[in-house]
Design a binder for this molecule. Structure first.
Ligand SMILES: [Zn+2]
Ligand SMILES: [Zn+2]
Length: 392
């Protein structure tokens, strides 16, 4: 049940604010989204983002009049610091999907500092909150509040009280025990100024005599804006446009587009279904450059104890809760109707009833609609019955 402002006493200060504070004892599924909640802009952040974007776009224009090496340097910084976020902040620290040696952790925290997306500790806490309370008011970028909010609006809005109360309940003891993470947290501002601003901007000036202002615009402002939007697409587009082969009850989807831009973070329905999997996708390296890098790191001993998900567990989940778009479900739907092992029909995912009805995993698939209409084809007793004639 979503928090309801009608439940708050009229004279409560929380009612004047227009939202409910006490979500502390509610379960994730009970928090929901309170559509009466009026989010308030944090004006310094909003103005800061507008200035950042204006300078970032100007930097893209300046690229045409600067050394080409500066643009390559910017792309290299985006790729390297992006891996600091995806491998370091996301898969290693937020999900503990593998373990890393001290030197790998040091390198990943350094690259994550270059990305400038807040310190590792806060990044991980927000992301754990996102997974634990996905698409509810306790999710910092609740996708039920729309594309813009989940993309970047959340960073310029006052937090929903549920984000604050539930954020305090997230177990961060593993990060608190990590010297590298806590060192970065304590010295984040000077480290940010050095690794996200000073060094990236100064290198092109030193090495190929780039104009200082051009370097600042391209290697700081444009780089920052591009990487932010790529990262944000995982919270926005990958919760809106795509299929849900593993769990149709969640908003997270499989997105080739987001996976391409984020080098492997867009297989988001899988990732939300199996968040501990270091591949963040079912099919591994060919679908994720980041997974390939982790495999390389593991082959030289820097990463170890990589966690994956057994195929049969993935298939059972797809059968039980997916939208029927998983290849296993498509194959199963056709083969399940065949008592002699022969195909009774061409593979056609529209025949698969998971999108509309129930699945029996004993080799027999039945269809019954939840939207009130009759299906054209029904799998029952090992045969396909064409129901479309009945209505004629
Ligand atoms: Zn995640
Ligand atoms: Zn997500």
């Amino acid at each position: 049940m979503a928090p309801n402002s009608k439940d708050i006493p009229v004279d409560s200060p929380d009612r004047k604010k227009g939202y409910v504070v006490d979500t502390h004892l509610k379960l994730p599924s009970d928090i929901g989204t309170d559509y009466n909640f009026k989010r308030k802009w944090v004006w310094p952040n909003l103005i800061g983002f507008i200035i950042l974007h204006l300078l970032g776009f100007y930097g893209i224009y300046v690229m045409f009049y600067s050394h080409f090496q500066t643009t390559f340097w910017m792309i290299l910084l985006i790729l390297a610091s992006g891996e600091g976020v995806t491998i370091g902040a996301h898969r290693l620290y937020a999900h503990k999907a593998f373990k890393a040696t001290f030197f790998l952790r040091l390198g990943l925290v350094l690259l994550q500092t270059v990305a400038g997306q807040n310190c590792m500790y806060i990044w991980v806490r927000d992301h754990r909150l996102h997974h634990k309370y996905s698409d509810s008011d306790a999710d910092p970028h609740n996708a039920n509040r729309g594309f813009f909010f989940s993309h970047m609006g959340w960073l310029m809005s006052r937090k929903h009280p549920a984000v604050i109360t539930k954020g305090k309940t997230i177990d961060m003891s593993d990060l608190e025990a990590d010297f590298v993470v806590m060192f970065q947290k304590f010295f984040y501002k000077p480290l940010y100024l050095l690794f996200a601003l000073a060094l990236p901007v100064t290198f092109p000036v030193w090495l190929w005599e780039e104009d200082y202002w051009n370097s600042l615009l391209i290697c700081y402002f444009s780089r920052y804006v591009v990487l932010l939007h790529i990262t944000w697409l995982v919270n926005s587009a990958a919760h809106f446009y795509g299929t849900k082969p593993y769990d149709k009850s969640m908003l997270a989807v499989e997105s080739f587009f987001v996976s391409f831009l984020t080098v492997g973070e867009g297989w988001h329905n899988y990732h939300h279904a199996f968040p501990w999997d270091y591949r963040a996708a079912e099919y591994g390296t060919s679908f994720s450059f980041t997974t390939f890098i982790i495999d390389v790191l593991a082959s030289v001993g820097l990463a170890y104890d990589l966690k994956t998900t057994p195929n049969d567990m993935v298939q059972r989940r797809a059968m039980r809760s997916g939208d029927g778009s998983h290849q296993f479900c498509i194959d199963k739907a056709v083969k399940a109707t065949d008592a002699n092992g022969n195909l009774l029909a061409e593979k056609d995912k529209n025949l698969f009833p998971a999108q509309t009805g129930e699945i029996h995993t004993n080799g027999d698939v039945k269809s019954n609609l939840t939207n009130g209409k009759s299906p054209d084809k029904v799998f029952a007793n090992g045969k396909i019955h064409d129901e479309s004639d009945k209505d004629k």
